[in-house]
Ligand binder design. Structure first.
Ligand SMILES: [Zn+2]
Length: 97
């Protein structure tokens, strides 16, 4: 799931938004309601994404605040939800569709 930065055209506030498949871009600034535009991804963003998903250095509450669910590999090809919203168990087959 890609993470994008959106910047307000009026007040300049930048907000990170995790866009799920099929979800449309946010169109209004959370602070002032003005129009926002998507910023181009940077290498720093990709590095941060990598940290979230592979290094387990984000707390459950940090993940939840970004709308992410945390899953723990049970070692048998299935993943059990540790926090966030989503199915309680996901299998590798489910993840790969
Ligand atoms: Zn704004």
């Amino acid at each position: 799931m890609p993470l994008f930065d959106f910047q307000c055209l009026a007040c300049g506030a930048v907000r990170e938004v995790l866009l799920h498949t099929g979800q449309s871009d946010p169109t209004a600034c959370a602070a002032c309601g003005a129009e926002v535009r998507r910023l181009l991804s940077t290498p720093a963003d990709l590095k941060r994404m990598d940290g979230f998903f592979h290094k387990d250095n984000a707390s459950d509450s940090q993940l939840a605040s970004k709308g992410l669910a945390k899953y723990v590999n049970r070692g048998d090809g299935t993943y059990e939800k540790a926090s966030g919203s989503g199915p309680s168990i996901m299998s590798r087959d489910t993840l790969l569709g």
